[in-house]
Ligand binder design. Sequence first.
Ligand code: GLU
Length: 304
Amino acid sequence: MDFQKILNTIQEDLSHYDAFGNVASYIPELAKIDPKKFGMHLYGTDSQHYSVGDSDEKFSIQSISKVFTLTMAMNILGEDLWDRVDVEPSGDPFNSLTQLEYESGVPRNPFINSGALVIADILISNLDNPKEDLLQFVRKITGKESIDYDYTVAASEKSTGYRNYALVNYMKALGNIKNDVDTIVDFYFHQCSLAMSCAELATAFMIFANKGRILDTDEKILSKTKNKRINALMQTCGFYDEAGEFSFEVGLPGKSGVGGGIIAIHPSRYSVAVWSPILNEKGNSELGMAALEKLTTLTGLSIF
Ligand code: GLU
């Protein structure tokens, strides 16, 4: 399979495509990103790397970080985790408050904001230095010591993150939050601010394409069962209220973020990251989704 030729074709095809949406602007720092950026990186389970465009430029991974924190929390709590957060697609926007009310403060899944905030609460309860531990975790699975938070983005989100404060306060009122509200949102804003390139994201997510193990070292990061569960959640809940559409168009488990990044994995063949900051009305990268649809069509490699 000539993956490099396929990525070149995708880049060329998309260079003629006019995206209609806008970059995320509710986090002021994200509004400053050049909307024309485009990068893509594919990492095969045969250890080969392929890339096009701005694939080495770091961007704000935002909600993609929710997969990292979920992995850490699953390794700490195991099945008990599911008493605090459910595993159903939400069908609602990622920052919705309404569903929480009639579901007694138990978030639909770990990838909507309320779910990720409960996961943050769990990590804070169980770790002495959760922010440092998250960094160490991401550095370990990428082999890149330079990966860090973007403190300007974290502060920017803090200045406008009223809905996230509301979600934590609401869940605290309903008994599903144990720690101090400010500590939880601070951790959450930092995890969302993680700055990574497509190449780094594809490397990090290779563990989910490689049965829970780092490809380079064969070190086990999570069990096969946990790996299966995380991939299942990415498939059913990874794309806000557009998970069905992503599954329909692309046919891979994955996760998007409002920074314009999308990561997807083919269990056993590859992990792939794409970055293009213009978002569609559901909050997913418009060109990112189109690029991945082309990838699975041209390679014939989706999970279906
Ligand atoms: N930090 C963003 C928020 O909480 C993450 C949103 C996203 O990427 O889905 O609004």
